[in-house]
Design a protein around this ligand. Structure first.
Ligand code: AGP
Length: 610
């Protein structure tokens, strides 16, 4: 959480920093600020609230200079106030920070005893004070930076200005993401690629413990042992327009519409219709042959993807799959061994709980693997020496509510199931062929579903004033119900619950009356009759049913107040299809209610604190 950006070059830093922050706002939007250096003075502007507040201030009081740093905040230590907004400044040193300094209380006390006074409640201000103090004691900037890093415990990505030296920006990272963008006579620091994608596609992905400086024309990197190192420069194939709204009202809407492309990209080169093979070259397929079970660890939407993937993997590969909330996993001393693959699913590749769960797995000797959307992020890096990472190729997902990342995760899990089945020879050729064909058809089928947006918007209009909603599904549609409910609550703030349809009678049915809309996913296949029976029970108690099912399902239609139809395809991928109308339904309800769809209250896209 929190996004940081830095720039040094010949251009006006303010423009580049604010543009970068606009692409990082998904990481937090409680406050924003930038600082530059002009003729030995630090100029700092900070505002509470979204970036627009800072933009308004900069319109009246610009921040000149060609070197600067910026920050967008998701508050951890201290309320979202102007004093707590970054950058923090002390004795000529200005710092932006993403992460948490765990020992900040004791450091603060120590510094107070030495006469320091603080102007914020943040952990970050400690860093400015420590570096400023060591500089004041005569240490050069590199030494002061290292001395400070030696004193702080926790996670950090920092960018530091020293007003005595405007030829470079210092940086350091440990357990929080930080990349260096390489330009022509200019260089950038950023928490994530989209922040500087309109300026460069060449990036250095810093390692934990890396620290150093960006200058106009060079980058100086030292590793955790203080040795100078050269890190490889990688070129990313994301284009700048991928991080723009492209005519859509919200990023979420654009990202829903990108799903046919994102899924086609995720499949590209990995399957061929009419064949019986997958080509998953980034993962260690040997591991897949030797394991006896899989434990999926993930959070939020990615957890729902894992829950959905369990059905297809168990069915095709006959391998037991357990799906765990990463935030709970390591606190119960999980039983792991070298025959248990721990599979992390994470769009961002940097979710703290998922990362910690993987570290627990490594300690216990289990092989690890990931499904992720962000190349070289922390989770894929951790998996590199073990099982590797199957990348979803969704492109940057900026809307806080995950959409295309989720459906591409489902596709990746289908690919993994096919690979497991063919490596372990647990399926007939016919089953594999059918699964591959179904995946191949998916992009076109989603395009067809997107054509029904107006109908779904009309359904959304009916429920815009609802206070509560229930989502029901059975089998692999149960996690899709959970995901539908999560989507609705996070962007519309309507209380929504996902339930396994069979659980209705065990409690939630007590909630049903004419004021309780119930979204029921009832697709043909295993359990269909039972879901319809549950639906009859809801109907008998006056509940309003919104059916999600086959276009041709007259029975479902007759029981439902409204239908959100999905068209054909195999059972294994109908979960992907069912997700699309649910995304659009939530989107339109939220939009009609006038909430901030892309940046819902209290949330941040990457949860890098536990
Ligand atoms: C979903 O809409 C949320 N943004 C959230 O639940 C998210 O899926 C979760 O925080 C996990 O993130 P990750 O996939 O980046 O690890």
């Amino acid at each position: 959480m929190c996004g940081i950006v830095g720039y040094i070059g010949d251009k006006i830093a303010e423009d580049i920093l604010v543009e970068g922050l606009s692409k990082l706002e998904y990481r937090g939007y409680d406050s924003a600020g930038i600082a530059t250096i002009v003729e030995g003075d630090t100029i700092r502007r900070r505002q509470v609230g979204k970036l627009i507040q800072l933009r308004n201030e900069l319109a009246n009081s610009p921040c000149p200079g060609t070197i600067g740093i910026g920050h967008t905040r998701w508050a951890t230590h201290g309320a979202p106030t102007q004093d707590n907004a970054h950058p923090h400044h002390h004795a000529g040193i200005t710092v932006v920070h993403n992460g948490i300094i765990e020992n900040h209380h004791s450091l603060r006390e120590e510094l107070r005893e030495k006469g320091h006074t603080f102007s914020s409640e943040t952990d970050t201000e400690i860093i400015a004070h420590l570096i400023g103090r060591y500089r004041g004691e005569g240490q050069d900037m590199l030494t002061a930076l290292r001395t400070t890093l030696g004193r702080v415990e926790g996670a950090y990505a920092i960018a530091v200005l020293d007003q005595l030296d405007d030829s470079r920006i210092a940086f350091a990272r440990k357990a929080s993401p930080l990349i260096v963008g390489i330009g022509q006579s200019e260089n950038f620091l950023a928490s994530d690629i989209p922040a500087v994608l309109s300026h460069t596609r060449s990036f250095v992905f810093l390692e934990d413990g890396d620290h150093g400086f960006i200058h106009h024309g060079k980058v100086e990197i030292y590793d955790e042992h203080e040795n100078a190192v050269e890190r490889p420069i990688k070129t990313v194939d994301w284009s700048p327009v991928m991080a723009e709204k492209g005519g859509h009202k919200h990023f979420m809407h654009k990202e829903i519409y990108e799903q046919p492309r994102a899924i086609a990209d995720t499949l590209r080169g990995r399957i061929q219709p009419g064949t019986l093979e997958t080509t998953l070259s980034e993962i260690n397929t040997e591991i897949l042959n030797s394991i006896e079970r899989i434990i999926v660890v993930a959070c939020g939407t990615s957890y729902h993807a894992g829950m959905t993937g369990r059905y297809v993997i168990e069915k095709m590969a006959r391998l037991p799959v357990q799906v765990e909330l990463a935030s709970e996993f390591r606190y119960r001393d999980p039983i792991l061994n070298d025959k248990t693959l721990v599979l992390a699913i994470s769009q961002s590749g940097e979710t703290a709980d998922t990362l910690a769960a993987l570290k627990e797995a490594i300690e216990k000797g289990a092989p690890i693997m990931a499904i992720s959307n962000v190349i070289d992020s922390a989770i894929p890096r951790l998996c590199e020496p073990s099982g590797g990472t199957l990348y979803t190729r969704a492109g940057p997902e900026i809307g806080v509510a995950s959409t295309k990342a989720f459906t591409t995760q489902l596709v990746a899990l289908n690919l993994l199931a096919i690979e497991l089945a063919s490596v372990r020879k647990t399926c007939s050729d016919k089953t594999i062929e059918t699964a591959i064909d179904a995946l191949t058809r998916l992009p076109r089928e989603i395009e067809n579903l997107l054509d029904l947006e107006d109908d779904i918007k009309a359904v959304a209009r009916e429920y815009v004033k609802a206070d509560n909603m229930l989502y029901l599904g059975r089998g692999s549609m149960f996690p899709i119900a959970l995901e539908g409910a999560l989507k609705l609550k996070e962007i519309s703030y309507i209380h929504a619950e996902g339930y396994a349809a069979g659980e209705m009678k065990h409690g939630p049915i007590a909630l049903i009356d004419e004021n309780m809309p119930v979204v029921v996913i009832a697709t043909p296949g295993l359990g269909y009759e039972k879901v319809v029976a549950n639906l009859e029970e809801v109907k008998a108690r006056g509940g309003k049913i919104i059916g999600v099912g086959h276009e041709s399902d007259a029975h479902l239609k007759s029981l439902s107040e409204q239908m959100m139809p999905i068209n054909g395809s195999e059972d294994s991928v109908s979960t992907v299809l069912a997700s699309v109308p649910l995304q659009l339904f939530s989107y339109h309800i939220a939009d009609l209610r006038g909430t901030d769809v892309d940046q819902p209250r209290n949330l941040a896209k990457s949860v890098t604190v536990e």
